[in-house]
Design a protein around this ligand. Structure first.
Ligand SMILES: N[C@@H](CCC(=O)N[C@@H](CS)C(=O)NCC(=O)O)C(=O)O
Length: 216
C-alpha cells in the first residue's frame, strides 16, 4: 500500500473535480493536486500518461491508499467509507437514498449531457442553447424534489454528497446563463453552501491552475 498524500488530478473548472475537492476539504484530507488542462495541447486528458490513469479520459482521478479511483461519486463514497468524519451520507437509510437520488440526478442526468466532449459534438453555435436546455430540464425536476427534501441543505440540515453535486452544477448553469427565476430553492441552498469554507477553498476561482483573469 502506498504511503504519502493522496494525489488529485483535477481541472479548476471541472464540476466533477470540484465535487471531490469539496469532500477532501470537508474531511480535512491533505492532498497534492496535479492539474490536467482539458483545453490546452488539445486536452491533456488525452495524453497517454493520463489515459493510463483513467481510460475514460476525464477528471477527476484520485490516487489514494495504493489505488487510483475515477468517477467522482465513487471517490466520494470511498472517502466516506475510509474517512467517515464528517459524514457526507446520512445515517438514516431513507435520507441516504434521497442523497444518492439527488447526486445521481445531477451526476447522471445533467452533467454528462453538457460536458466538454458533448458540447464539442453539438457544435459551437448550438452549445449555449443545448446546455441551457439540458440543465433547465434537470433543474425543473431538482427544484421540485428539493422542495420536499431540503432543510438548510439539499437533504435536511446536514451537508451531504448531494450538496457537493449541487454547487458545481449551479456554477455550470451560471456559466451557461441559465435563468434562475424558476429555481428559488436551488438558489437559496447554493447560496447557503457557498458561505461554507470547504466550498470556498475548493472553488474554481481559487485553484492552483486557475488562470489569473478568473481568480477571485
Ligand atoms: N462521471 C464522471 C464524469 C467526469 C467528467 O465528465 N469530467 C469532465 C470534467 S467535469 C471531463 O473530464 N471532461 C473531459 C472531456 O469531456 O473531454 C465523474 O463523475 O467523475
Amino acid at each position: 500500500m502506498q504511503a504519502g498524500k493522496p494525489i488529485l488530478y483535477s481541472y479548476f473548472r471541472s464540476s466533477c473535480s470540484w465535487r471531490v475537492r469539496i469532500a477532501l476539504a470537508l474531511k480535512s484530507i491533505d492532498y497534492e493536486m496535479i492539474p490536467i488542462n482539458l483545453i490546452k495541447d488539445g486536452g491533456q486528458q488525452f495524453s497517454e500518461e493520463f489515459q493510463a490513469l483513467n481510460p475514460m479520459k476525464q477528471v477527476p482521478a484520485l490516487k489514494i491508499d495504493g489505488i487510483t479511483i475515477c468517477q467522482s461519486l465513487a471517490i466520494i463514497e470511498y472517502l466516506e467509507e475510509t474517512r467517515p468524519t464528517p459524514r457526507l451520507l446520512p445515517q438514516d437509510p431513507k435520507k441516504r437514498a434521497l442523497v444518492r437520488m439527488i447526486s445521481d440526478l445531477i451526476a447522471s442526468g445533467i452533467q454528462p449531457l453538457q460536458n466538454l466532449s458533448v458540447l464539442n459534438q453539438v457544435g459551437q453555435e448550438n452549445q449555449l442553447t443545448w446546455a441551457q436546455k439540458v440543465i433547465t430540464s434537470g433543474f425543473n425536476a431538482l427544484e421540485q424534489i428539493l422542495r420536499s427534501t431540503a432543510g438548510k441543505y439539499c437533504v435536511g440540515d446536514e451537508v451531504s454528497m448531494a450538496d457537493l453535486c449541487l454547487v458545481p452544477q449551479v456554477a455550470n448553469a451560471e456559466r451557461f446563463k441559465v435563468d434562475f427565476t424558476p429555481y428559488p430553492t436551488i438558489s437559496h441552498i447554493n447560496k447557503t453552501l457557498l458561505a461554507l469554507e470547504a466550498f470556498q477553498v475548493s472553488h474554481p476561482c481559487r485553484q492552483p491552475d486557475t488562470p489569473p483573469e478568473l481568480r477571485a
